[in-house]
Design a protein around this ligand. Structure first.
Ligand code: XLS
Ligand code: MG
Length: 387
């Protein structure tokens, strides 16, 4: 296999990932800036299907209306020429100092209403660029000082904001859904809705829950010490996995946003295996950035590496699924049971009686080894390239 990305692979990159100049809290930028149009053309030539963008990745926060219109139409044209799509749009509600204590959850009502204005404008841009998904990552929505906000008010304000914005989308007749992204901390000491599970609970309280899903990011889940593959699975079951933000992360650190597959190969394999074996059809979006050590050539190596690693792991997932020994181990463990089938078929009093009346030899049931040492070793050997 060539591992050459094709549009059908639905790989997408945030414009900000390639535009990242390597600035960090301790050091200046190490790369010159690249304009978004150049980034799109380059990504298109590398087989990328879509891009995502924050409003201010394209339009400066103080741009005039004419400047905004010019940039949006040039962006549209560049995308069309490159044969690409806008996978998602979002709002930058974290960079400008006005958001230093949050947008929707700021204590200042004028900051909250300015946030609604900024998001509505960004939604308009997203709609003009053909995005059907709009991301909300509330990086400044949180606290360092827990006595600085009424947290119940914060939840209510977040809900009021999202309800208002869902109504705005409907009112405009846009074909657009919202995707919420969790992160436990950074840049705030604590960010509201720190995990995807917290967001799923919150979504159920919104006015239009069917319009709202999630885009869990690998590094964010690992920062919260969670298993991202399990997170994806629960979201898929709930019909809420709108897109994924892929990257890699060393254990228990800050948000490193490393090239997908560069760390935790087995965890990355598990995610690709899940997405591919269950026919996930959303964008495989990379939200990561090149090492600070890289020049422009390194940026494109980073882009190619993210997609290539995914495709290699996809091939390995298919190999794992086709492996006769893997099948044997699974079959040996998949004990059929008519009583269980009756549970899955729904409750009845008679079924309850039958299950209660059954004699379970739990000693015998517990005795058999399950072969997971072997199963994991097979996965390791496939991943290490010797099987
Ligand atoms: C930051 C987030 C951010 C969102 C989009 O940690 O991942 O990049 O995905 O605003
Ligand atoms: Mg992200």
């Amino acid at each position: 296999m060539s591992y050459e990305p094709r549009r059908e692979d639905k790989f997408s990159f945030g414009v900000w990932t390639c535009a990242n100049r390597g600035r960090d809290p301790f050091g200046e930028a190490t790369r010159p800036s690249m304009d978004p149009f150049y980034i799109i053309r380059k990504l298109g030539s590398l087989g990328v299907w879509g891009i995502s963008l924050h409003d201010n990745d394209l339009i400066p926060i103080d741009a005039s209306a004419a400047e905004r219109d010019r940039l949006v139409s040039e962006f549209r044209k560049t995308l069309a020429d490159a044969g690409m799509v806008t996978a998602a749009a979002t709002t930058n509600m974290f960079y400008d100092p006005v958001f230093k204590d949050g947008g929707f959850t700021s204590n200042d009502g004028r900051v909250r209403s300015y946030s609604i204005q900024k998001v509505m404008n960004a939604i308009d841009v997203g709609a003009e660029l053909g995005a059907d998904t709009f991301i909300f990552w509330g990086g400044r929505e949180g606290t360092e000082v827990d006595f600085s906000k009424d947290h119940i008010d914060s939840v209510k304000r977040y809900r009021d904001a999202l309800n208002f914005l869902c109504n705005y989308v409907k009112d405009q007749g846009y074909n657009m859904r919202f995707s919420l992204e969790a992160k436990p901390n950074e840049p705030r000491g604590d960010i509201y809705f720190p995990t995807t599970g917290a967001l799923l609970g919150f979504i159920a309280t919104l006015e239009y829950p069917e319009m709202v899903g999630v885009n869990p990011e690998v590094a964010h889940e690992l920062m919260a010490n969670l298993n991202c593959c399990h997170v994806y699975a629960q979201c898929m079951d709930a019909g809420k996995l709108f897109l994924v933000h892929l990257n890699s992360q060393k254990y228990a650190r800050y948000d490193q946003d490393l090239r997908f597959g560069s760390e935790d190969i087995q965890g990355s394999f598990a995610m690709v295996h899940l997405l591919e074996t269950h026919g996930f059809d959303g964008a495989r979006e990379y939200d990561a950035h090149p090492y600070r050590t890289e020049d422009e050539a390194g940026v494109w190596e980073f882009v190619k590496g993210c997609m290539r690693n995914y495709l290699i792991l996809k091939e390995k997932a298919a190999q794992f699924e086709a492996d006769a020994e893997v099948r044997q181990i699974r079959e040996a463990n998949n004990g059929a049971c008519a009583l269980w089938d009756s549970v899955a078929g729904g409750y009845s009093g008679d079924k309850a009686k039958a299950i209660k009346a059954e004699d379970y030899d739990i000693g015998a049931m517990a005795q058999r080894g399950l072969g997971y040492e072997r199963l994991d070793q097979i996965a390791c050997e496939i991943l290490m390239g010797v099987r």
